[in-house]
Ligand binder design. Sequence first.
Ligand SMILES: [Zn+2]
Length: 377
Amino acid sequence: MRKAFICPSKYVQGENELLNLGYFVSTYGKKALLIAHKDDIARVKNQLDKTSKEYGVVFIESNFGGECSRVEVARLREVSAEYNCDCIIGLGGGKAIDTSKCVAQGGPLIIVPTIAATDAPTSHSAVLYTEEGAFDDYAYFKQNPHVVLIDTTIIAKAPTRFLVSGMGDALSTYFEARATSNSYSNVNAGLPCGFRENLCGPAKATKAALELAKLCYKTLLEDGLHAKYACDNNQVTPALENIIEANILLSGLGFESGGLAGAHAIHDGMTILEGTHKYYHGEKVAFGTIVQLVLENAPKEELEEVLRFCFSVGLPICLSDVGIDSYTEEELRQVAKKACIPEESIHSMPFPITEEQVLAAILTADSIGKAFKKKME
Ligand SMILES: [Zn+2]
């Protein structure tokens, strides 16, 4: 059986780690194209100035427009060529990170997440949008980021909702990897760059990826709540450090080499409902995880454990928690339909999937979540 596992060349996290950014740039040369929103640059301006001086490197600011679109990627590639940049830095949230991956195209790339809201930083893929912000396509690169650099002091100072949302994204990792392993489905780690179809043969998950996904879930249960409290106080504690590692490293490696399944497909389905748009990716994925557990009739104790965790940190457990307050059955049928399109990861579940099953699981998960809330009151 062909298996694949991929990861960044280096992952480093610590307090005030941003002060070492200049060092990593200097391993490639003198100049780095900095792709970051101006507000994020303002947040870390002092650290950038300090590290560029200490290591004798220059950050070329690029007025990042905020959207990961083909037009913006082409413009930034020109800027990079014009200044002869030796490497690319993506600093900030998901859009800046994805854009930097597209500009670097698998070349020297340093990712500096300033929030821990998703597991995108370590992966070799990006999502492209149109200039108007609608989904365009997925892109895959020949190499994962060379360095993922995380300054825990900066993450601790970001709003707690980002961290909690990242826990929602990380929550799905084990359950989706488990489903993918049980069904012997292919994982993203086997994809060659630039193509969605696997031209050099499909690859399955390694034991390593499934274990990392398991550790991700275990860490959330152990440290999630105390990490949230630490973040509320903008403090770095061991629990917060563990959750940053779970949200970014364990979840990132776990999803890319362990596989996605029901939870993310249900997330994708829910995005067609306007009400969900003000909720973050990981918040919707958390509810998607509960739906997946209902869909696969997971043990009652396991479902209870997930519900308890979500409730304790403030992650959604029913439809109204993700902005779906009133709905028609037809609307939810459309959600199920979108979740079940042929290219969706839901088909990595270890049994055949129908729209009816998914609709039933959404409605049932909603009732279970509501009942759980009532019980906790
Ligand atoms: Zn995700």
